[in-house]
Design a protein around this ligand. Structure first.
Ligand SMILES: *Cc1c(COP(=O)(O)O)cnc(C)c1O
Length: 339
């Protein structure tokens, strides 16, 4: 075990021993390589630098109660990386290469996996970029797939506390038939201004309305939105939303716990009807939403009066993290024990 102050780990980059790389060249994927370098050497005309051929994944390895190390639904991350690659015409990564690369990255850096009980985990960042040189606009013929890892603490240092979010209509992160449903860096670039402004104005992040009609909830910053009302788990469906694996899992758990699950357009008008609301994704699992303020008309929607997360947010969070840390029965078969 490395000498790291596990209790005070943030969600930031910490250097580890190595990262994993695999190059696609001359029409085929090469061997899986281990590198101790934190930098990559790429051509100045690489398509990832100029034309946004870049997609990534975010996943975690957890040290469980039984001291075993688990990955959560890694095949879903692979599938999504496939869709991202197809979406921006990149070479897709074969499943065996993906599996071997993530497994190796965790195994070779296992001393960086936070101990059970600290709330931390080893964050994995698989990355696929076009490295072939092009000046005319076209997809590259060379690619780099790599995986680096970094130990992270719980997303919110203050604990599982509700955050404030700002509903906005004057920025879009993705167009209806654009790249919103795939995990590409361009979506993040497009969302930075709205996110930073929301933070300057005192909010955790911005909630985007759908780009076309501005009448539906799209995404809660870099996370999916859900609301709870009358025994229902309600989450937006739209072609510009990134299909979150956390949300998919929460929907299954919600149904298992007796909630009715609705995945459909969620009108902005419904914001006033929810008993609880949350944002979900791998990084935070659930960020309970305490209030949403509409930036255009000042309307405030309140979901937490006492500064505490609601009962369903708490239950869903406990159940999902319980499975990830091997405390609860993995009845859906979501975890892969690495070692
Ligand atoms: C990655 C991501 C999410 C969360 O997906 P998970 O699979 O749950 O981590 C949600 N929204 C956006 C825009 C994302 O990029």
């Amino acid at each position: 075990m490395k000498n790291i102050d596990w209790k005070n780990l943030t969600f930031g980059y910490v250097k580890t021993d190595c990262n994993i790389r695999c190059y696609f060249k001359d029409g085929k994927w090469g061997p899986i390589e281990t590198s101790t370098s934190e930098t990559i050497d790429i051509h100045i005309a690489a398509t990832c630098l100029h034309y946004g051929q870049e997609a990534f994944e975010g996943m975690k390895a957890y040290r469980g109660k039984d001291n075993k190390v688990r990955l959560f639904r890694w095949e879903e991350n692979w599938l999504r990386l496939q869709r991202s690659a197809e979406g921006i015409l990149m070479q897709s990564v074969p499943k065996e290469i993906f599996k071997e690369a993530i497994s190796k990255a965790v195994e070779l850096n296992q001393e960086y996996i936070p101990p059970y009980g600290t709330g931390g985990s080893l964050y994995l960042r698989p990355l696929l970029i076009g490295t072939g040189a092009k000046v005319g606009v076209s997809p590259a013929d060379e690619y780099l797939f790599m995986v680096f890892v970094t130990p992270v603490g719980p997303y919110f240092k203050e604990g599982f506390k509700p955050v404030k979010m700002q509903l906005i209509r004057d920025f879009d992160r993705a167009a209806p038939q654009g790249t919103g449903s795939i995990k590409v860096g361009g979506n993040y670039a497009a969302s930075l201004r709205a996110g930073q402004r929301a933070q300057k104005e005192g909010f955790a992040t911005a909630i985007f309305a759908d780009a076309k009609t501005k009448t539906y909830i799209d995404e809660a910053g870099p996370a999916n939105f859900f609301g709870i009302r009358d025994g229902k788990y309600i989450t937006p469906d739209s072609e510009s939303i990134l299909p979150s694996i956390t949300n998919m899992s929460l929907r299954e758990l919600a149904a298992d716990m007796g909630l009715i699950v609705e995945r459909r357009h969620v009108a902005l008008d419904e914001l006033g009807t929810f008993e609880e609301a949350g944002a979900c994704g791998t990084a935070a699992v659930i960020s309970p939403i305490g209030m949403v303020q509409d930036r255009d008309n000042g309307t405030v929607y309140q979901y937490s009066k006492d500064g505490e997360a609601g009962p369903w947010c708490k239950k869903l969070y406990a159940r999902l993290t319980g499975i990830q840390y091997g405390e609860e029965e993995d009845k859906f078969g979501w975890c892969t024990v690495l070692f």
